[in-house]
Design a protein around this ligand. Structure first.
Ligand code: CTP
Length: 401
């Protein structure tokens, strides 16, 4: 598995942790090429990285020391993964603008390898809307961003902005290398977000799903070599890069889009929070208080159960459902797994802190149809997405061995 990592080091104080990351990667047999920005060399000497990696360290785009190659092109082509740690606000801004004014930024422009950023900076800098908007822009181009940790920062302030501890960064990179292309050539059909069930032209019934879990699954499946179609209810999220996105509003539209794309899918993951009922009648005109007085009664009818419909005709597909519950979590999840003919169900208690709707984290249990249950720790939805996909890969492999 070991591969080749290009480690881009910028001039943030967290650079001292990246020294341990470089040596940790080398100990795992990974070939580490280091490119330092000029600012980074003022904090740590290139010789430190050179000694720990056993490779020459690159700092200058205009070098005469490498005969027979243009360093930014050679480095860009040879890397399996480009990791930038710490990623400073300055480098994030330059990459978001497409600038290439030093060796690191030109390597990133020239590479076809996945690029992962570990932002680390003062909390106010990290929360600055310009920095956040640059990160969103980079995400929309397919860059992977690993959220900084919270805690005491070098400046004495407390907040989000710390580079995670070196062993976490190292194991993240090792896992990412192991997962490279591990889902190719699987075709994923993923649903995300809420549905809206209109009452009249200006009002609807919905739920607080943000779509984050489904979008994280779509992005992760794409990063790991899968071919992804994402059917999404209304969300505020930017479209994930490299994913075919189909926007829908109601449960019935979601059902039609899913059924249309079902034939060209191997794995179906239904992370959407679909409304079970819709108003029996959608008023053509806005409902007026003057016509209803103090109370109004809505008659509701059942929406199609998309997951159950797929379950009944899934063929060789691997079908993954979600169960968001407020009580009897495992009993309800197991019942849904059975009733809807699923291969796997991802269960979470939406009343638990940090879990469920409209938060950045989740804590889930994965139940498979052989009765096996895997309890996972609380983690960012991006990380939980990778764990769910690891479970999918395992079932797919065991079935196709
Ligand atoms: N689901 C679906 N179509 C629906 C309702 C739900 O495809 N009309 C899917 C969801 O995407 C999710 C799973 O079914 O993957 C579980 O949804 P949930 O609403 O929690 O369960 P239900 O089966 O609707 O049962 P209940 O509402 O009684 O808990």
């Amino acid at each position: 598995m070991p591969g080749k990592v290009l480690l881009g080091v910028c001039g943030g104080i967290a650079v001292y942790k990246v020294v341990s990351v470089a040596s940790g990667l080398r100990r795992q047999g990974i070939d580490v090429q280091v490119v330092m920005t000029e600012a980074a060399t003022r904090l740590v000497a290139p010789l430190t990285f050179q000694t720990l990696t056993g490779n020459r360290v690159y700092t200058d785009i205009f070098t005469t020391e490498q005969p027979g190659g243009v360093p930014h092109i050679t480095l860009a082509q040879e890397a399996d993964l480009v990791v930038i740690a710490p990623a400073t606000a300055n480098v994030i801004g330059k990459l978001a603008a497409g600038l290439g004014d030093d060796l690191l930024t030109t390597v990133v422009l020239a590479t076809k390898a996945p690029v992962v950023l570990f932002p680390a900076m003062n909390v106010n800098m990290f929360q600055n809307p310009v920095v956040q908007s640059n990160l969103d822009r980079l995400r929309s181009f397919g860059f992977e961003i690993v959220a900084p940790a919270s805690g005491e920062l070098a400046c004495g302030q407390v907040g989000q902005g710390r580079l995670p501890e070196p062993e976490h960064v190292t194991s993240w990179i090792v896992d990412r290398l192991a997962r490279r292309q591990d889902l190719a050539p699987l075709r994923f059909l993923i649903t995300a977000g809420p549905t809206r069930e209109h009452i009249d032209p200006v009002r609807f019934l919905s739920n607080p799903s943000s779509g984050r879990m489904g979008y994280a699954l779509a992005a992760a499946a794409h990063h790991r070599g899968g071919n992804v179609t994402l059917v999404s209810g209304p969300t505020e999220l930017p479209p994930p890069a490299g994913v075919k996105l189909i926007n829908v509003t109601s449960a019935r539209q979601m059902r039609d889009a899913v059924m249309e794309h079902l034939p060209e899918s191997d794995v179906v993951i239904k992370a959407a929070a679909v409304a079970d009922y819709r108003p029996a009648q959608v008023e053509a005109q806005k409902i007026k208080k003057s016509e209803h007085g103090e109370t109004i009664t809505l008659e509701m009818v059942r929406n199609p159960d998309i997951l159950a419909e797929i379950g009944a005709q899934k063929g060789q597909r691997l079908l993954v459902g979600f169960a968001a519950e407020t009580r009897n979590l495992m009993e309800n999840a197991a019942a849904k797994l059975q009733a809807k003919h699923l291969d796997m169900i991802v269960a979470n208690d939406v009343r638990e802190a940090g879990s469920g709707f409209a938060v950045a984290t989740n804590r889930v249990r994965i139940l498979t149809n052989d009765g096996h249950c895997q309890e996972l720790p609380l983690g960012p939805k991006e990380q939980v997405a990778d764990w769910i996909l690891d479970a999918v890969r395992k079932v797919w492999q065991s079935r196709n061995d």
